[in-house]
Design a protein. Structure first.
Lengths: 302, 268
């Protein structure tokens, strides 16, 4: 296949294959931005991939005091899982262990819709009978007495069954340094898009996987076709000028948000050009038969 | 859409039960049909057309031009739509309403908003005794919705409040929040004796508290995230209530003569 070239960067005529997920959004506030961010960072830790972590979670964006329900600085967090039950379990476990425990925190639902997930409705029992229910209009909150005052937590948050997980870009460069530079710029651009998270460390994953393994116990293993050190030894997907590959994985509350994030990332990579950054961009898929969402790179070009 | 208007022609010489004049009851009826509706009263039979001049319109919004303290049960069982009273009303305005918006420009009699379960009731003037309270033999007062009195309220405001929010921007009579089950009662003016008498749960916020009963126990002054949340939720309805919830608040738990899981909050 002849690649499309933009600003010297080769774009594969390929597509990212993504899957339907269950997703939800909450807002965590704190006495200041530092502690709101700390609670959010802690609750979204160890949440890179549903395979090993149960869910994928990350920070969508930060909120000023004017934008939050209680007038304190906050952070919007998104959480994704493969089933409603798992998402519910992960949400309550993570809010219970990481947000309830964080000094001065409060927690609010931040997604509308008829399908609901419990937050405060489950965590209220920590109050041992001293919890206080507060309703205002259609909204319902719980106040749980804790050692620094009260943990304020909305009873429920919304659930979307139309979330999309596994949008991705494969960023290929000559060296680790240039590839990382291009990928970091793409992550920065994608962080500006709302309703998406990049669940891997700093938004980047370096150990892309393929389905299956020579070992029975392993369901997935290293994606040897994209390993530069195996370039001559396996049926490689890499060209002579590629010495490093990094991947960005995107989960979004909607298909449109994932497409918007991929478009923003691609634009940043193309703008940087091949000398300083990536020489080629691809996308991961399984032939198109497994996932219903296909994000074709040619449709997302700047 | 033009509203349906009931213009009061003269001061009624007996009490009138206006419960039948709600949007859901009048929907689709002609002015002539409405004029023939018989009103419950004390002595002589009377129909709507005998006392009101009716200007037909969409019954989703009903306007009463002129008021009287003899007009009882306006907006009873209101489910949706809007009722505006450009004057005073008698007892039990908005009784058992579950939705919609009811605005009284003048004063209201006793039992205003009694057993409200949803929607919004605003009284621009003063309200009588037993604001939002249950009638004799009933267990619960207000169980949802929002009730705001811009003026003063009488005694026992918020009696048996279960859920929902009451704001009194003026002063409250004696025993505000008596026997409260839960919910929120806010008083911005002065408050009569023994607020929260025998309350079980719930929140009473007082801008100017009287001496509290000794069965309320001091829990210190606190900055509560819940208070700043409620300050923001209340601001569109009452700047005074928002200001009260924005201050550092003393928390007294009580009434320990009952369950004792309620609270009275007032500025520290």
């Amino acid at each position: 296949m002849r690649p499309i070239v933009r600003n010297g960067v080769r774009i594969d005529e390929s597509f990212a294959e993504a899957f339907p997920m269950r997703g939800t959004a909450i807002v965590i506030t704190g006495p200041n931005q530092k502690w709101a961010r700390q609670a959010a960072t802690t609750m979204t830790g160890f949440a890179t991939s549903v395979i090993g972590c149960g869910c994928e979670a990350g920070i969508d964006h930060e909120l000023s005091a004017k934008e939050t329900p209680d007038g304190r600085p906050g952070v919007r967090v998104l959480i994704f899982a493969m089933s409603t039950d798992t998402l519910q379990t992960q949400l309550v476990n993570r809010v219970g262990q990481c947000v309830l425990t964080s000094p001065g925190s409060a927690c609010f639902g931040d997604l509308d819709g008829g399908d609901r997930l419990q937050i405060g409705d489950a965590i209220r029992y920590f109050g041992d009978g001293w919890q206080v229910s507060k309703k205002f209009g259609a909204r319902h909150f719980w106040r749980v007495p804790v050692m620094d005052g009260e943990f304020l937590c909305e009873a429920t948050t919304g659930l979307t069954k139309k979330a999309v997980g596994g949008g991705n870009l494969l960023i290929m460069g000559a060296t680790p340094k240039t590839t990382l530079r291009a990928t970091e710029l793409a992550v920065e651009a994608m962080n500006g898009v709302k309703d998406v998270i990049l669940p891997f460390p700093g938004g980047i994953v370096r150990s892309g996987s393929k389905v299956g393994s020579k070992y029975k116990a392993m369901s997935a293993s290293t994606n040897d076709a994209y390993c530069p050190t195996l370039r001559g030894a396996v049926a490689t997907n890499l060209d002579e000028d590629i010495g490093c590959v990094l991947e960005i994985v995107i989960d979004g509350l909607t298909e449109q948000a994932v497409a918007k994030a991929m478009r923003a990332g691609l634009a940043a990579i193309v703008k940087l050009g091949p000398e300083q950054g990536a020489v080629r961009v691809g996308a991961g898929n399984y032939g198109g038969k497994l996932g219903p969402f296909h994000f074709h790179l040619k449709d997302l070009l700047p | 859409m033009k509203p349906l208007v009931f213009a009061l022609e003269r001061e009624p010489d007996q009490r009138l039960d206006l419960a039948p004049l709600t949007p859901h009851a009048l929907n689709g009826k002609s002015a002539k049909e409405i004029a023939q509706i018989e009103l419950q009263t004390t002595r002589e039979k009377i129909a709507v057309g005998d006392i009101f001049k009716i200007r037909s319109g969409d019954a989703q919004t009903i306007v009463f031009e002129g008021g009287s303290e003899r007009l009882d049960n306006i907006g009873q069982d209101l489910k949706s739509g809007e009722i505006i009273v450009e004057g005073d009303v008698g007892k039990s305005v908005g009784r058992s309403m579950s939705g919609g918006n009811l605005v009284v420009a003048g004063d209201a009699g006793p039992y205003a908003g009694s057993a409200l379960s949803g929607g919004r009731l605003e009284i621009a003037g003063n309200a009588g005794d037993f604001l939002g309270a249950p009638l004799e033999g009933e267990i619960e007062g207000i169980t949802g919705g929002f009730l705001i009195v811009r003026g003063d309220a009488g005694s026992r405001a918020g009696d048996r409040l279960r859920r929902g929010t009451i704001v009194i921007e003026g002063s409250a009579g004696d025993y505000p929040g008596s026997r409260m089950i839960a919910g929120t009662l806010i008083v911005l003016g002065a408050s009569g004796v023994l607020p929260g008498y025998l309350m079980r749960r719930g929140t009473i916020a007082l801008a100017n508290p009287p001496e509290l009963a000794p069965t309320f126990v001091d829990c210190g002054s606190h900055e509560l995230a819940f208070a700043s949340l409620f300050a923001r939720l209340l601001r569109p309805e009452s700047r005074g209530a928002a200001k009260l919830f924005s201050s550092l608040l003393n928390r007294f738990a009580g009434d320990t003569a009952a369950l004792g899981k309620g609270e009275i909050l007032y500025p520290a």
